[in-house]
Design a binder for this molecule. Structure first.
Ligand code: ZN
Length: 94
């Protein structure tokens, strides 16, 4: 697979940044919900409790090595930070 083909596969799924949490209470509430095994509610709050951003996260993935490793990222649009696992496409040709 070429690097260009791998990038096309990454971009075949839309991944947009949800932005930072609306306030510091949201991640605390998500933690409490997870501790109570309320995973669906935690997932919903994790989605609605964000300010929104819309930055194309595929730009971050496609620019980094596609080696299956976990990496730290910072959204270039809103500055939110986190980690993601890069997809692994094996050895890429030019
Ligand atoms: Zn963002």
């Amino acid at each position: 697979m070429t690097k260009k083909e791998a990038e096309a596969q990454v971009r075949s799924i839309t991944r947009t940044c949800k932005g930072p949490y609306v306030d510091d209470e949201v991640p605390k509430a998500i933690g409490l919900l997870l501790n109570a095994s309320l995973h669906k509610a935690a997932e919903r709050l994790a989605n609605v409790g964000r300010k929104g951003c819309g930055g194309d996260f595929n730009n971050v993935i496609a620019l980094g090595p596609l080696d299956g490793e976990e990496r730290a990222y910072k959204c270039p649009k809103c500055g939110v930070e986190g980690t993601y696992r890069a997809p692994n496409f094996g050895v890429l040709t030019e």
